[in-house]
Design a protein around this ligand. Structure first.
Ligand code: HMG
Length: 440
């Protein structure tokens, strides 16, 4: 069977930055370490006043098309995953296609366009749609452009404000991919939940503490479901495990849950059991009344072990580097976690070809999905081509007053004078309705 997967990825960050320990923490009267150590974040990306989900998505897609030498005729499908859409009828992909058609000779009249919504997991769902479309043989030799783009803003004063972010990830899905092959096996954990909602409103209504518990519960179900099709997995099976990262502290919890869940009756389990005094499997917690206390006790001991810390440092920590600097990109978040890990491997001379990654996607509402990906021989060239570090470096550092102003600009309900903090260069810009997508 021909491999199908991600051929190339490009990232586009919002052009502004909010420093959390330096600017946000003093204003909130909080210890900066709450953000850097507790949540695990240094900064958030924000869109300038000429940027929005369309421009960021189109800019990421344009970079990808240029680098891979793609023309509109090579793309049979454009799916945009977002939870920041501004139009309940016309999908964001049509706006993105309109931008791209300004700079290419051909057009996208032949392409099937859509918009995917299920909170942050929609980016991965769009990958799945592309995969299924190609596997079904309906692609006529073409690939799919998948764009995950969001402006993840919270109301000022909301607990989620520290986790904001904005950016886009564009991916080309094709046969014989250059980056990763997607596995056929998937596992799901899905339930009707109301901890994070945006019912016709700009900013989410969030029960933050509960959202953390729902994330963990759905992720555990997805792991179990994945194992029911793929067979038992083991912590050391994977080079990296990129998870949806609303903030790195969330992944710290998810990683422990995953590690405990997939630790089997092996030498590792025996060693840990000796060190910790308990087996990690649920059936070993015979005192059912204090089950949660027993799990917590096990987890607290687990995270102190050298074995777990080494595994975390090798398999999880490298996935968090970009997220620390940009915050939550909602639909793009798990996809920048994948890129973070692969950048780390490249920088450290780690040969990833043929290695497997376990990818954990999640969206509030709520659904988790687990799948595996196999890294392709040509991965290094793809990762070397990214300029994300330069993009992050070039961001304008907002003062607190700047931040309040730009936050108001992006709250569509408010009539605020628009100031530009940066100057757009060879990129699509939002210049008011009717002139969207102009390339300056
Ligand atoms: P909070 O209540 O302000 O923070 O907001 P906290 O008091 O819980 O502290 C956070 C962590 O910092 C804690 O660590 C503290 O101990 C630690 P933990 O105990 O959890 O490991 N801390 C410190 N550490 C060092 N030095 C200090 C210090 N002070 C505290 N001085 C909350 C946290 C998550 C509630 C908030 O950020 C929030 O509401 N976020 C938005 C919702 C969210 O991101 N939920 C995540 C799961 S749901 C999800 O991922 C889906 C999502 O992406 C949306 C979608 O799918 O569309 C959000």
């Amino acid at each position: 069977m021909t491999a199908v997967g991600i051929d190339a990825i490009e990232i586009w960050t919002g052009n502004l930055k909010l420093d959390l320990p330096g600017t946000f923490a003093p204003e909130k009267g909080e210890d900066p370490e709450k953000y850097t150590k507790g949540l695990g974040l240094n900064a958030s990306s924000f869109p300038d006043s000429y940027e929005d989900i369309v421009t960021m998505g189109a800019n990421a897609a344009h970079r990808l098309m240029e680098r891979k030498g793609l023309e509109p005729d090579d793309i049979g499908r454009i799916d945009v995953a977002t939870e920041s859409a501004f139009d309940n009828s016309k999908p964001v992909s049509t706006y993105v296609a309109g931008c791209l058609e300004q700079v290419y000779d051909g057009d996208f009249h032949h392409a099937n366009k859509g918009e995917r919504k299920f909170a942050c997991i929609a980016g991965t769902q769009s990958l799945d749609d592309a995969y299924n479309w190609i596997r079904a043989g309906r692609n006529r030799g073409r690939g799919a452009l998948v764009i995950a783009t969001d402006t993840a803003l919270y109301a000022r004063g909301d607990a989620g404000e520290a986790t904001q972010g904005a950016g886009a990830v564009a991916m080309y899905i094709s046969e014989d991919p250059d980056l990763v092959e997607l596995s056929t096996d998937q596992g799901y954990g899905s339930a009707d939940e109301t901890d994070f909602l945006k019912p016709n409103q700009q900013f989410p209504s969030v029960d933050g503490k509960r959202s953390v518990q729902v994330y963990l519960a759905r992720m555990r179900e997805a792991l179990e479901d994945y194992e029911s099709v793929a067979g038992d997995v083991h912590p050391d099976d994977f080079a990296f495990a990129p998870f949806h990262t609303p903030f790195p502290g969330m992944v710290r919890k998810a990683a422990m849950l995953a590690y405990r869940h997939v630790t089997r009756d092996t030498a590792i389990e025996e060693e840990l059991a000796k060190e910790i005094g308990r087996q990690p499997r649920a059936e070993a917690f015979d005192d059912k009344e204090s089950f949660h206390d027993a799990v917590r006790e096990y987890m607290d001991a687990l995270k102190e072990t050298d074995r777990y810390q080494e595994w975390y440092a090798e398999t999880i920590d490298p996935t968090l580097t970009l997220s620390r600097e940009v915050g939550n990109w909602y639909t793009g978040s798990v996809h920048i976690a994948r890129v973070s890990a692969m950048k780390y491997a490249l920088q450290n001379g780690q040969d990833l070809a043929g290695e497997t990654m376990l990818v954990g996607s999640y969206g509030s509402g709520a659904q988790a999905e687990i799948h595996a990906e196999t890294v392709q021989d040509t991965w290094e060239k793809e990762i070397e081509a990214l300029n994300v570090d330069a993009q992050l470096e070039a961001r304008y550092d907002l003062s607190w007053e700047d931040y309040e102003e730009i936050h108001d600009v992006h709250n569509h309900d408010m009539d605020v004078d628009v100031e530009e903090f940066t100057t757009p260069e060879a990129e699509f810009v939002f210049d008011g309705w009717g002139r969207m997508g102009e390339r300056k």
